[in-house]
Design a protein around this ligand. Structure first.
Ligand SMILES: O=C(O)[C@@H](O)C(=O)CO
Ligand code: MG
Length: 266
């Protein structure tokens, strides 16, 4: 049975951030993920994890000025020093304090007028450097294709591009975060894509949500039970992040889809 991680950036937003750990644990989750930990002391977050029997399985490296619309720095020429400082001085220390095995590095929005080849070159140089730093610290580094309906201009959109980069850089700890919500919007054919990519061992984290509204996985056009059973069949052993915005005010009330899996979480 899949192991799920509640995404505390999108779920349980009816509670203040720090109270979301307890809420997720009460509902039977044993793991969490969220976008950014940096507004909170690592010791405080570590205590929430410990007190509620939760594992932190993923968070993102600093993305630049998120409030101003930036969505990562890794492909941006001229921002290398900021990207590298964020990884080294913020993401990796938090990963250590939270005992978090993997960090997602956002690519960034492609700036107008800069050749794609130059962005790709910058992206690969930054990723190679960052993967080596993460490896020395015992962490995996993840890249995630994201759809351009939600994030217009985002540099990395397709699974095949992400897998090509991982293959090219040959860093054993550089892996793909496969978000089935984005993949369905950009590419579709999810069952074939899972069968193609999971056995290769390059997918270290999966995320799910209903499509098109990014609500609970049992709302919308996808057959989540079929896809989750397929993950088991394919031997996927990582976590499945529940990265969705609940369709009603009460996150717990929308967890009927989670019922068959609740007792098997660990
Ligand atoms: O899918 C997403 O939006 C996230 O996984 C993320 O890290 C960037 O927002
Ligand atoms: Mg995602």
């Amino acid at each position: 049975m899949p192991l799920f991680a509640a995404n505390l950036s999108l779920m349980y937003t009816e509670h203040p951030f720090v109270a979301r750990f307890a809420a997720a644990a009460r509902d039977g989750f044993r793991a969490v993920e969220y976008l950014f930990p940096y507004e909170h002391e690592a010791a405080l977050l570590a205590r929430e994890l410990r007190e509620h029997g939760l594992r932190q399985v993923l968070f993102n490296a600093p993305p630049g000025d998120f409030a101003a619309g930036e969505r990562g720095l890794a492909c941006l020429p001229g921002r290398e020093a900021e990207f590298r400082a964020g990884l080294l001085h913020q993401a990796l220390p938090y990963a250590q304090d939270l005992d978090c095995p993997r960090i997602h590095v956002m690519a960034g929005l492609a700036p107008q007028g800069v050749a794609r080849a130059r962005l790709r070159e910058t992206y690969l140089e930054n990723l190679a450097w960052a993967a080596d730093q993460a490896r020395a610290a015992g962490r995996e580094l993840l890249i995630e294709p994201i759809n351009t309906r939600d994030m217009p201009g985002y540099f990395l959109n397709r699974q095949e591009e992400a897998h090509a980069i991982v293959a090219e850089l040959k860093r054993p700890n550089l892996k793909v975060q496969m978000d089935l919500y984005h993949c369905q919007i950009v590419e579709g054919d999810l069952a074939s894509k899972l069968s193609q990519y999971i056995p290769g061992g390059r997918v270290a984290h999966i995320q799910i949500a209903g499509v098109p509204e990014r609500h609970e996985p049992d709302r919308g056009e996808l057959n989540h039970a079929y896809l989750l059973a397929l993950l088991d069949e394919l031997g996927y052993a990582g976590h499945v992040g529940c990265e969705y915005r609940p369709g009603q005010a009460d996150t717990s009330a929308g967890l009927a889809w989670f019922e068959p899996y609740r007792a098997t979480q660990r």
